[in-house]
Design a protein around this ligand. Structure first.
Ligand SMILES: *Cc1c(COP(=O)(O)O)cnc(C)c1O
Length: 356
């Protein structure tokens, strides 16, 4: 009996295929592929037909190249390890005009995607004029000194927000900027902007774009709450076990510092998973699934949890914390934390990880 994460590989691949349909997709595999494991995710996505990958760290980009010699790799953060980028055929964002001028000589032969800063203000060129300035400056250099500007992109910070008009604003700013640059006669092998939320909202890929840059929806969670669960299937489970069931009387307490005081005589199941395994405190305000029925969690400790159960539950019963019937995204929309936050918290060193 041990708590574990189980990933269903074939269903994971099948789900990715269903999500991408006929669209070209760049899979975001940052942070060890949303904690699914970089190698597992890259290989699975390749089987689902994806040929382009992006991440935020150079060491992950290099690992992707070690997994596959052919795929396109895009580094969303800047790096000044230009030789490593070239040696592994990794393209990189251009994070600012200052960066371009500062590293002009070293950028020779480096593949770049021009980034538009937009509302997120995290990185990128300020506007279309800065983009044009870089393009013109670069094309006037001798060929051997030129950067290879093969892409143009932006990131939407508000695609999963409804109610305000921020998404419309950032979307329009991007479309205007892109049209301006394309109207000046420039062409790009990679034009990408949409994350999962934008991809779903727009019902597929924008015109003129070569790729949607998808993360969370490929891993089985909905990017916002009004979508049906059929949109994407969660193909991993986090399960634990009932170690024992203990009757407690009305008024008795359980857990450290009187975490829970029973308001009636009840049965408390002691379960072998806790915050040390990555179960968030906010998640423990909700239910666990035992034998197809939901029961309230009453206390969370480092390696244990208390769940209030009925007479049908016995030691040895399996306790499901996450599955396609009790999904990560359900708790996201209940305010537990972002999809990626719940997934990232899981402790892959204490839980047994199984791919089947
Ligand atoms: C994480 C990330 C994505 C993917 O976002 P999802 O909402 O998971 O689809 C896309 N682009 C950038 C720049 C990111 O950092």
């Amino acid at each position: 009996m041990v708590a574990r994460i189980t990933i269903d590989e074939q269903n994971f691949i099948k789900n990715a295929k269903n999500v991408i349909k006929d669209n070209k997709v760049m899979a975001v595999v940052k942070n060890d592929a949303y904690h699914f494991g970089l190698e597992f995710a890259v290989k699975s996505f390749i089987q689902a037909g994806i040929q382009s990958f992006s991440t935020t760290s150079l060491h992950e980009a290099v690992r992707i190249r070690e997994i596959d010699k052919q795929v396109n790799i895009f580094l969303m953060n800047p790096s000044i390890e230009f030789e490593t980028l070239k040696a592994h055929n990794i393209a990189m964002t251009l994070p600012s005009l200052t960066f371009y001028h500062e590293h002009l000589e070293d950028l020779a032969g480096v593949k770049l995607h021009l980034e538009l800063e937009n509302l997120l203000h995290r990185s990128g060129l300020k506007d279309q004029d800065e983009m044009l300035q870089v393009l013109k400056h670069n094309e006037n250099l001798p060929i051997a000194e030129q950067a290879i500007i093969e892409g143009i992109w932006t990131h939407f910070g508000y695609a999963d927000e409804f109610g305000g008009d921020e998404y419309e604003t950032e979307r329009q700013a991007w479309i205007d900027c892109l049209s301006f640059i394309l109207d000046h006669g420039y062409a790009f092998k990679f034009i990408h902007a949409q994350n999962s939320a934008s991809y779903v909202r727009e019902d597929g890929l924008f015109n003129q774009h070569t790729h949607a840059r998808l993360g969370i929806i490929l891993y089985g969670s909905r990017p916002y709450s009004t979508l049906p669960t059929t949109l994407t299937e969660q193909n991993f489970t986090v399960t634990a076990n009932v170690i024992q069931v203990r009757p407690i009387k009305k008024g008795e307490t359980c857990g450290y510092s009187f975490q829970y005081t029973a308001d009636k005589d009840c049965n408390i199941a002691v379960v072998d998973i806790g915050y040390g395994d990555g179960i968030l405190k906010t998640r423990a305000k909700h239910d666990a699934l035992i034998n197809q029925k939901r029961y309230p969690i009453r206390g969370l400790m480092m390696s244990h949890m208390f769940v209030e159960v009925d007479d049908t539950i016995q030691s040895g019963d399996q306790v499901v914390m996450y599955s396609n019937d009790i999904r990560i995204d359900e708790f996201t929309f209940k305010g537990v934390g972002a999809n990626s936050e719940q997934i990232s918290a899981l402790n892959h060193h204490s839980l047994i990880k199984e791919i089947r």
